[in-house]
Design a protein around this ligand. Structure first.
Ligand SMILES: NC(=O)c1ccc[n+]([C@@H]2O[C@H](COP(=O)([O-])OP(=O)(O)OC[C@H]3O[C@@H](n4cnc5c(N)ncnc54)[C@H](O)[C@@H]3O)[C@@H](O)[C@H]2O)c1
Length: 252
């Protein structure tokens, strides 16, 4: 098993990609710290893991709050005696329908707070704990919208470009200290985030399928497989990279 006796912290573990990753890490023997602002979903993920014989705790954390993030990392260290890996997955979409002139400032503030400040706060708190445990790795959830533009979703795209900038910079800062930091860049994946966008714009899913070289959306498990592998020591010489999980969308 890839993560036997290793602790893994996941933000946004209540649904979608975070939940799928948590289940896969559990199958690989990880001791999990699940966190989210959605307590019902978070405890549901916890129950799924304990039902399969895995080890996990759930701890509520709002990634936009430094106090909440610091408390989360301290709880992880206190419970398992250290922290080895982290997946900074919590994120929000904001709006995907409004050109910049029609986008509210409140959308900008909310998206940047979760997607950028959240990842920054998490890494800031996680890195000393991971180094104290002897090193490990961090995966940040960016997006194909961190690699190319997203008309109608400029704020989201800006936030995910920022996640890639953070990932590359921090990977270089700690490369000599036994810590790897990488970013995952999915295209449209069938999760509650995309379902919610489709509720606002029912044609979005059809457009997305048409635009996809493989003519389909991705599944959370297909992203989770890449997260678990890239996080693990199997990927020991991969650092500061962006891995697109997009069915070829950004290949052209
Ligand atoms: N689904 C996609 O198509 C897609 C594509 C590219 C990137 N991503 C990224 O993958 C990540 C996971 O997305 P998903 O599709 O699984 O979405 P999701 O909505 O299913 O899951 C996101 C989770 O983040 C949590 N969250 C939101 N704000 C939070 C906060 N302030 N503090 C803590 N948790 C918070 C939510 O409660 C939710 O459980 C996100 O960063 C997203 O931007 C998703």
């Amino acid at each position: 098993m890839l993560f036997e006796n290793k602790s893994v912290l996941i933000t946004g573990a209540a649904s979608g990609i975070g939940r799928a990753s948590a289940l896969l890490f559990a199958r690989e023997g990880a001791k999990l710290v699940l966190s989210d602002v959605n307590d019902a979903g978070g405890t549901e993920t916890l129950a799924m893991i304990t039902d399969m014989g895995g080890t996990a705790i759930y701890h509520r954390c709002d990634v936009t709050s430094s106090e909440s993030v610091t408390t989360l990392v301290a709880a992880a260290v206190a419970h398992y005696g250290g922290l080895h890996y982290a997946v900074n997955n919590a994120g929000i979409a904001g709006t995907f329908q409004n050109a910049i002139a029609e986008t509210e400032e409140s959308v900008y503030d909310a998206v940047m707070a979760v997607n950028v400040k959240g990842v920054w706060l998490c890494m800031k708190a996680q890195i000393p704990a991971i180094l104290a445990s002897g090193g490990g790795s961090i995966i940040n959830l960016a997006s194909v919208a961190g690699l190319i533009g997203a008309p109608g979703g400029a704020v989201y795209a800006a936030s995910k470009h920022a996640v890639i900038g953070l990932t590359r910079s921090v990977a270089l800062e700690y490369a000599r200290h036994g810590l790897r930091v990488n970013a995952i860049c999915p295209s449209y994946i069938e999760t509650p985030m995309v379902t919610n966008l489709s509720d606002v714009d029912p044609k979005m899913e059809e457009r997305t399928r048409k635009a996809s070289p493989m003519k389909r959306l991705g599944q959370p498990d297909e992203v989770a497989e890449a997260i678990v592998w890239l996080c693990s020591e199997k990927a020991s010489f991969i650092n500061g990279t962006t891995l697109a999980i997009d069915g070829g969308l950004t290949a052209s």
